[in-house]
Design a protein around this ligand. Sequence first.
Ligand SMILES: CC(C)(COP(=O)(O)OP(=O)(O)OC[C@H]1O[C@@H](n2cnc3c(N)ncnc32)[C@H](O)[C@@H]1OP(=O)(O)O)[C@@H](O)C(=O)NCCC(=O)NCCS
Length: 197
Amino acid sequence: MPASFLKVIAALKEDIDRYVITNNKSWLFVLFNNQGLWVTIQYRFSHWVHYHVHLPIIRPLLKFVCAVWKKLIEIITGCNFPSQAEIGIGLYIAHPIGINIYRDAKIGNYCNLSQHITIGIGGRGKNRGTPTIGDRVFIGPGACLFGPIIVGNDVAIGANAVVTHNLPNNAVAVGVPAKVISYQSSKDYILYREYYH
Ligand SMILES: CC(C)(COP(=O)(O)OP(=O)(O)OC[C@H]1O[C@@H](n2cnc3c(N)ncnc32)[C@H](O)[C@@H]1OP(=O)(O)O)[C@@H](O)C(=O)NCCC(=O)NCCS
């Protein structure tokens, strides 16, 4: 099996583990019961095909399968996770409803995405761009992040916040436009195995 595909399996193991730890259920239960994982599996496979499968005939065939699969996910959940986006391991999506991610977005490891989030392109001219988000970032329901901003590690973003500026490591930001209210970080909002033990 190609090394790049083994990386997909390893990433998926970390994704599934987030649900196992957060919900205290078996991997089989979370796999069948959490649509967030279905969205993530579709994204990881499509991302792998997009960047690593270059064989003639096989690539367009798999691309077609991925396009149909993505459309089904979009119809069922309203979530758009483009295959070009870079999303780290251990992704947790509690309620995958209406999440829209632009294709240039970068999201780090062990992040939590809530329902109705937009991570999109914004700005004008040379200020146009898409967010880069660090590791262990919690993004609350309804939050919008846009423009070429950098969100540091361990940041917590409140429900319905609109983030248009960089956020430093450990910041807790709320409101429209989002302002830092503390540096208590995303601790307690992000559960993953290393933290749990
Ligand atoms: C932003 C957040 C992560 C911060 O958590 P925290 O560090 O524990 O901070 P607190 O909840 O104690 O809130 C601190 C202050 O910010 C305010 N605040 C919290 N979230 C806010 C938000 N989304 N918008 C505006 N103000 C907010 C609180 O009212 C509080 O104000 P006060 O000091 O005047 O009382 C959290 O409030 C949040 O938005 N969580 C979302 C939880 C959620 O989505 N649950 C449902 C999942 S399905």
